[in-house]
Design a protein around this ligand. Structure first.
Ligand code: GLU
Length: 415
């Protein structure tokens, strides 16, 4: 059985695939693979019980050839430098593929945010910002939410950054609307995943309203993806969160589930469905599977159990490289993360542009421009895949690496 590599090795292997097919030189490869700047900090935080805990914080600024570094900050026990670096790299390819004027970066703190009180999280976030503010900036590096962080986290960052640099809404995206956040930003990663998911369904010869869907994760990405698939007439038959999964083969009432989730409930609180094992959701007989929780959920171990025809990567790297090989070989279409979940950073771009112009857009405009960007990114990826006969992931990396390497050439870093 093939072995699963680490997320960092898997990401580098994807870059190397594109370097080979584009015929790029070794010098260019080094510039593409090496993160341009990385910071690791100790974050002493006074806990509510009076003790001090020192957390580790990271920011990996991978590449800024196409514009300021851009990417989320993740609060998760697994966050470390390699993990943050891999996620930062993915952001570079995601922004390039979506053709938004940013580079790629990622931040992380090694912490389980569910174990901290709101005031502890507030102090931790302000400490992180104070330790990093000199490498951040509206034209330098713009963080956003990711796993374990939220609009509230962005509000704390903006406030702490503003206490040094003055009122600067464009320093973060994914902020509360009241502080300059954009309408539609919260739903954008899920909406975007559904838009490109529907394109893949149509390309497979079917239509969304004839399709069954299973969604792993009912957080920011999964819930909006499920809702948009539902709005497009698809039958969402199963969803899950960390506490469990549910199934109803007649289709789940997604708006009702959203209500439960918004009020702090779990998907298992929903009555009109049966309980399902979380692992069984990944092996369901359905047309579209949307893993929208965390990385490495479909591995060499369980890839052959997958029965979905199309996988839409709502999360970053939910399918390992080894699993990707098995699935693609077996005829499964995988809409890769750098395409599928680009809606978040696309709407972040709109938010940043609104902040710079001090002019807010209506929701209709955000959604219209988002759908346009997602469709363009899908088109360029599909065209490349059809031309080269490879997977959508391979094609997406070819396009993204080619765009970034072009700007590196024009800047004359290489050649
Ligand atoms: N954290 C999100 C991602 O992985 C959004 C990043 C952003 O908007 O900057 O794409």
């Amino acid at each position: 059985m093939p072995q699963d590599s680490s997320m960092l090795d898997g990401t580098i292997a994807s870059i190397d695939g594109a370097v080979r097919s584009l015929g790029l030189e070794d010098d260019m490869r080094s510039v593409l693979v090496e993160p341009w700047r990385e910071i690791q900090v100790g974050l002493p935080v006074r806990m509510d019980d009076g003790n001090v805990r020192v957390f580790r914080g990271y920011r990996s600024q991978h590449n800024a050839a196409r514009g300021p570094y851009k990417g989320g900050i993740r609060y998760h026990p697994n966050a470390d430098l390699d993990h943050t670096r891999a996620l930062g790299m993915l952001m570079t390819w995601k922004t390039a593929l979506a053709d938004v004027p940013f580079g790629g970066a990622k931040g992380g703190v090694s912490v389980d945010p569910r174990e901290l009180s709101t005031s502890e999280l507030n102090r931790l976030t302000r400490r992180y910002t104070m330790s990093m503010h000199h490498v951040l900036g509206v034209n330098r590096d713009i963080p956003a939410p990711d796993l374990g962080t939220s609009a509230q986290t962005m509000a704390w960052i903006m406030d702490a950054y503003g206490s040094i640099h003055g009122h600067t809404p464009g320093i973060v995206t994914g902020k509360p609307i009241e502080l300059g956040g954009s309408l539609g930003r919260a739903e954008a990663p899920g909406r975007g995943a559904a838009v490109v998911g529907c394109r893949a369904v149509v390309d497979s010869g079917s239509t969304p309203d004839q399709s069954t869907v299973a969604v792993q994760g009912f957080g920011a990405v999964g819930a909006a993806a499920a809702q948009t698939m539902f709005d497009n007439g698809a039958k969402v038959i199963a969803v899950s969160d960390v506490d469990g999964a549910i199934i109803n083969t007649n289709g789940l009432d997604i708006p009702a589930l959203q209500e439960i989730a918004k009020n702090g409930g779990k998907v298992s609180d929903f009555d009109d469905a049966d309980a399902l094992d979380n692992d069984a959701l990944l092996a369901l007989d359905c047309d579209v599977l949307i893993p929208a929780a965390i990385e490495d959920v479909i591995t060499a171990q369980n890839a052959t159990d997958v029965r979905a025809k199309i996988i839409v990567e709502g999360a970053n790297r939910p399918v390992t490289s080894a699993a990707d090989d098995i699935l693609v070989e077996g005829g499964v279409t995988i809409v890769p993360d750098i395409l599928a979940n680009a809606g978040g950073v696309v709407a972040s771009y709109f938010e940043w542009a609104q902040n710079i112009q001090v002019f807010n857009w209506e929701l209709e405009r955000v959604n219209l421009e988002l759908d346009k960007k997602m469709n363009e990114a899908y088109d360029v990826t599909k065209t490349q895949a059809d031309r080269n006969g490879g997977s959508l992931r391979k094609a997406a990396f070819d396009v993204a690496v080619s765009r970034v390497s072009e700007t590196i050439k024009i800047r004359s870093y290489v050649g």
